[in-house]
Design a protein around this ligand. Structure first.
Ligand code: FPP
Length: 246
């Protein structure tokens, strides 16, 4: 599905991926879990490059959930080291590929140096007009929804918002993905079939694809194959197909 193919017709507007299975990938090979995360970073690179090559508009990658802090400290520290390496090294390439990167999630718990790298990356790429790339980092959808509700509650209390005026659209804009279209395609690797607190509000009408492939094995070919699944699906948004109406 190269960029020249039918002007990307049928591609999802926003793909969101739950990158799962790094630990099992490593265990299957007799390696430490950390080796799975290292290989997982290569999959991130491959998927981002593929998204750029095919002209995808929006990609969100679930890099670290609010619950991931509960992992053993040694693993959390290793993941943070990988994020540091990625944000330090890859951001210039993202800029050169016309990618605009941003982070969605809680910015108050990560180490200061990581936060500054993230902010630098966002600044460096903010003028880019190609792929919108969001890393969900210290992200949890329930927290995100509650924060949006709290914002509205405060605004109502202050008298700046009329409760009757709150709509799905105005609520969506308060979410951290505000400005991006809702994901029309959510992929999860590693055989697990759950959302794990990822984009719960935004995925109301998403198509889902659950793959047995472990994240470190999910590279360009696997991503393109997954997109073929989406293209083949019949999306009706709660309506019926016109030919099915008697
Ligand atoms: C799930 O595998 C993966 C994660 C918790 C983190 C995702 C991180 C990466 C892909 C690497 C770093 C990313 C960036 C953006 C630089 P798991 O450990 O839950 O695997 P398991 O379910 O098999 O144990």
């Amino acid at each position: 599905m190269p960029r020249s193919d039918a002007s990307n017709a049928g591609l999802p507007r926003h793909v969101a991926i739950i990158m799962d299975g790094n630990g099992r990938w490593a265990r299957q090979r007799g390696l430490p879990r950390s080796a799975g995360h290292v290989a997982g970073v290569e999959s991130v690179r491959a998927v981002v490059r593929t998204a750029v090559d095919i002209g995808l508009a929006n990609l969100t990658l679930y890099a670290f959930s609010t619950e991931n802090w509960k992992r053993p400290l040694i693993e959390v520290n290793h993941l943070m080291t990988l994020f540091r390496g990625y944000f330090r090294k890859d951001v210039r390439q993202l800029r050169d590929m016309n990618v605009r990167m941003r982070i969605i999630g809680n910015r108050s718990r990560a180490a200061e140096d990581i936060l500054s790298m993230i902010e630098e990356g966002e600044k460096l790429t903010e003028g880019n007009t190609g792929l919108n790339l969001a890393f969900a980092f210290d992200y949890g959808a329930q927290e995100e929804i509650v924060a949006a509700a709290r914002n509205f509650a405060c605004a109502v209390k202050e008298g700046t918002v009329d409760p009757e005026s709150i709509t799905v659209e105005s609520f969506s804009k308060q979410l951290q993905t505000g400005g991006m279209p809702d994901p029309d395609f959510v992929i999860r690797t590693s055989g697990e079939r759950r959302l794990s607190n990822f984009l719960l509000f935004q995925s109301a009408y998403s198509e889902f694809l659950f793959l047995d492939t472990m994240w470190p094995d999910f590279r360009r070919a696997e991503f393109l194959a997954a997109l073929e699944h989406f293209v083949a699906r019949d999306r009706r948004f709660g309506t019926v197909a016109p030919e099915a109406v008697a």
